[in-house]
Write a protein that binds this ligand. Structure first.
Ligand code: ATP
Ligand code: MG
Length: 200
């Protein structure tokens, strides 16, 4: 499974609908400072619900909505809504069709070779709302998380290596580093289950 495309719509600096293609093996994004490279990564974290532990760079969700006056610290006069869509290539069947059907509903699934995860954030006068969609159907964050866990994509995982993570890993004790390997190999999950079972 890999990301095929990311579509940013009024998300952070992307005030125009922007489609970014990703290739199967390797994609590099280059550009001058402040051009929005990290905002694309923020968009992926936001859409896939990975932001909580991996630190998206925003104080509140509504800061993610495109604000034309952002650099002047102006109150937003722009749109009240932002959305990011991540299109996943599931042609290898990494994500189980049955689970996609149970989360998205059979009428919405269509071709499960392609899976779209979308998240919107919407500002109202005194509040804000956030919605997740799987192949077009409104779902809960837990539906997205359960599905992505099949591909080893998890908020506490190391699928996304953020700026500073490498330094942190270098400075860890060997025992702490071993913990990361356990996490990546999927052993940590069983250790946790074993411990929980012993406690019962
Ligand atoms: P660097 O090479 O320095 O890491 P980068 O390409 O990663 O740069 P980003 O951090 O992705 O750049 O983009 C920063 C830009 O995004 C800033 O100019 C900032 O003003 C803009 N930005 C962030 N949030 C918003 C927003 N809500 N509305 C408009 N622009 C925003
Ligand atoms: Mg950056």
């Amino acid at each position: 499974m890999h990301i095929k495309e990311v579509v940013l719509d009024d998300f952070k600096s992307f005030g125009r609908k922007t489609r970014i293609p990703f290739y199967r093996d390797f994609t590099v994004i280059t550009g001058p400072n402040g051009s929005g490279k990290s905002n694309i990564i923020d968009g992926i974290l936001f859409a896939l619900g990975l932001a909580r532990t991996r630190g998206i760079r925003a104080e509140k969700l509504t800061d993610l909505i495109y604000n034309p006056g952002h650099d002047d610290d102006a109150e937003s006069s722009g749109p009240d809504e932002a959305a990011v869509t991540v299109v996943l290539d599931n042609s290898e069947g990494t994500l189980d069709r049955g689970q996609v059907v149970s989360a998205a509903g059979s009428e919405n699934v269509g071709d499960v070779e392609e899976i779209t995860v979308k998240r919107r954030v919407k500002r109202t006068e005194d509040n804000y709302y956030s919605y997740y969609y799987l192949n077009g159907r409104s779902v809960n964050l837990s539906d997205i998380q359960d599905l992505l866990a099949q591909a080893g994509v998890a908020p506490e995982g190391y699928n996304v290596v953020m700026q500073g993570d490498v330094t942190e890993i270098i400075n860890m004790t060997p025992y702490q580093r071993r913990g990361i390997i356990d996490e990546i190999a999927g052993v940590a999950e069983f250790d946790e289950k074993k411990e929980a079972a012993f406690e019962e």
